[in-house]
Write a protein that binds this ligand. Structure first.
Ligand code: GDP
Ligand code: MG
Length: 423
């Protein structure tokens, strides 16, 4: 498999495309792995020798023993990060981690505000996990945030908490009418302790990556997926961050330059939480994909909504992120289906359109138009070369790559690290 670096890996659908596994695979060839967005609301799984490793903050390259980084735009829940670190230490998996001082810290009041907002939104809830990620980004943008730099410095932490907490408490109690058990002294004690444990990881990630990018193989790992992008996704059913490839420059703090882009495509589509989903299957076929694909959230355990592959989503994703390569995951999940459908375009009123419309009100009216493919019965999880795949699977894959005009480089046929076909 010939893949060029620096490389950014992006989910092309609504997340959970199998980025964890693909990043682990690519990390083998890389020197440095940078997680560049999101918080512990993004769950990844990597399977090694039948054992499943769950990650929400540490980069998925951790099992390849490469240098790991959390860049500026990652928001950190320090308790969760310390738990993940402790887990890997216990497993005797050694790693090197560097955290940018500009990373923002998720505070307990962000979580309370998140839960209160979702309750207030009622039926129109975003489907957030109440982890406080969106509120942490809100404070960041409003210059009301606590950064990693503050967390590791007791004096700065106290100053910021003293400044911010009274208004947060008023917001929870007077705006949302909720009660809170939080006390500033408890928050301070807890967070000071986290900061002291984490300060060994402090480094200027922006500077280090800029220095290394021309001599090392740097891999940028994106969390979430294209249609969860806070601007280009299915707003407001999105995350608070940007997820498309160009985000890397500002999220890490490096100059614009050619960064190769790899889009991860699941062989069908899933989404967790609310929001439009034109190819959703609300029937037995959808349930079958969910069961066979284990489509339940890594962090949330929530059942994921399942549907057919949607080329309109993928064309827009590829346009925004400039995919140079594709990795297709979970092809094995489709084995045993008599017919497989692919959405080739949408019908929007009398118009035939090939990409996601710019307006959500139009997207809500889009009707998927399908092309039907014959399925295959064989278990394909032990196949390691393209020509050994059933002919019908080859036709399905060739069709996708041709329609997207992007070469398919990796096909994943089971959760295991070795279960791949390289092209
Ligand atoms: P991420 O958020 O994109 O990293 O994806 P998740 O880890 O949340 O979800 C993907 C799930 O699919 C994980 O449980 C993986 O172990 C699993 N997985 C990845 N690739 C394959 C594959 O090719 N086949 C099957 N059956 N499972 C896979
Ligand atoms: Mg996930």
């Amino acid at each position: 498999m010939k893949i060029k670096f620096p490389l950014v890996v992006v989910g092309s659908q609504w997340g959970d495309e199998g980025k964890g596994k693909v990043v682990d695979l690519l990390a083998k060839q890389a020197d440095d792995i940078v997680r560049f967005n999101g918080g512990n609301n993004a769950g990844h799984s990597v399977v090694l020798n039948g054992k499943k490793y769950k990650l929400s903050l540490l980069p998925s390259g951790i099992l390849q023993k490469k240098q790991l980084y959390l860049s500026q735009a990652v928001v950190i829940n320090p308790r969760v990060l310390l738990e993940e670190i402790a887990f890997f230490k216990k497993e005797k998996i050694s790693f090197q981690l560097k955290i940018d001082p500009r990373c923002h810290i998720v505070m307990p009041y962000h979580q309370e505000l998140d839960a209160a907002t979702e309750k207030w939104k009622g039926k129109k809830a975003t489907g957030s996990l109440h982890l406080g990620i969106g509120y942490c980004y809100e404070d960041r943008n409003n210059r009301f945030g606590i950064r990693f730099e503050d967390l590791i410095n007791p004096k700065l932490l106290k100053e910021k908490l003293t400044q911010f907490w009274p208004i947060k408490k008023l917001q929870i109690e007077k705006v949302y009418g909720q009660t809170t058990q939080l006390k500033i002294e408890d928050i301070y004690q807890e967070y000071v302790h986290y900061g002291q444990q984490l300060k060994v990881y402090l480094a200027d990630v922006s500077l280090l990556i800029q220095q290394k990018i021309s001599t090392h193989k740097v891999l940028f790992e994106g969390a979430h997926g294209t249609f969860l992008d806070g601007n280009f996704g299915t707003y407001p059913y999105t995350t608070a961050v940007n997820t498309i490839s160009g985000t890397v420059f500002t999220a890490v703090g490096i100059a614009p330059q050619k960064i190769y882009s790899l889009g991860i495509v699941k062989a069908y589509t899933t989404r967790v939480g609310n929001g439009p989903f034109p190819t959703e299957l609300l029937n037995r076929a959808g349930e079958r994909i969910r069961e066979k694909g284990g489509e339940f959230g890594t962090v949330s355990k929530r059942p994921r909504r399942c549907g057919w592959l949607d080329l309109c989503l993928l064309r827009s994703a590829s346009r925004w992120s400039g995919f140079d390569y594709l990795a297709l995951t979970k092809l094995d999940v489709l084995s045993g289906l008599a017919k497989i459908k692919v959405c080739t375009h949408y019908q929007l009123g009398k118009q035939k359109i090939k990409e996601v419309p710019a307006m959500i009100s139009d997207f809500n009216r889009c009707r998927p138009v399908y092309r039907e493919f014959s399925g295959w019965k064989e278990d394909i999880s032990n196949i390691r070369s393209f020509d050994k795949l059933p002919k019908t699977a080859q036709i399905y894959l060739n069709f996708i790559a041709q329609e997207l005009k992007v070469p398919l480089k990796i096909i994943s046929v089971s959760p295991e690290r070795e279960a791949n076909i390289f092209l």
